[in-house]
Design a protein around this ligand. Sequence first.
Ligand SMILES: [Ca+2]
Ligand SMILES: [Ca+2]
Length: 274
Amino acid sequence: MRTAAFLLTAVFAPAGIRAEEKDPKAAAKVEPPVVLFAQPPAVLPGAPARLTIRGLRLEAASEVRFGAPRGLKAAFSVPVLEKGKVPLGPQEKPERLGDSQLTVEVKVPPDLGLPSLSFVAITPAGESRPQTILLDRGASPRAEKEPNGGFRTAQEIRLQETIAGSFGKPEDVDLYRFEARAGERVHLEVIAARLGGPADPLLVLYDAAGEEVQSRDDAGGSRDPILETTLLRSGWYYLAVLESGDQGGPMYFYRLVSSRRSAFDPQLSVADPP
Ligand SMILES: [Ca+2]
Ligand SMILES: [Ca+2]
């Protein structure tokens, strides 16, 4: 994703900015905008979607350009419908949540065949660096269903499906449960920070008895966790998705992605624990 973002930066090289070099205040006014994330962080190709984009200096934005991460082939622009400053609480950091936002309506062509698009915001002072938005395939993912804060109220999911969730308020804990067989290898992953989102997600996997199997916080240089393990027992498992700083709010979105790897001999997996 980083390589893709770099390539897009190269393609979307900012136009020359005539900063007033001798006047710092004037120079600050002509800094290009910063795009942090889009909410929702994904669109379904072929269907119109309304996006709120958060960042810095977005109150001056006129348009948002979307393009394939590896070139301008699929690039198109949409006008900004609404824009303005947003009030932040004393604990809310503008570099994480943005202090301004804009709204656009976008309809991504249905036949792009891409997993994501990059987008930039454009103001008179230049273009933002690109951010990524996911393209859903076939249908929008199932939404998290609150209340799901405990083992008894855990939301049932199937391995292989994606869930669109959020840490709707501070200290929000989301529990999911899924059924699996001994010897199955599962891949559980949260996507939030890699889309610029403010959340720092944490994953904790428990077995049916409530014993912790494994937990993961950050992976691969990102705040997003990836948990892979071979399950030793058949039955229900519980997956807790938490925000590691107990932060939350309407912008603290995440995508939970799960998949099942090919099953192998349970005896072998017991002898060879993860
Ligand atoms: Ca939640
Ligand atoms: Ca994390």
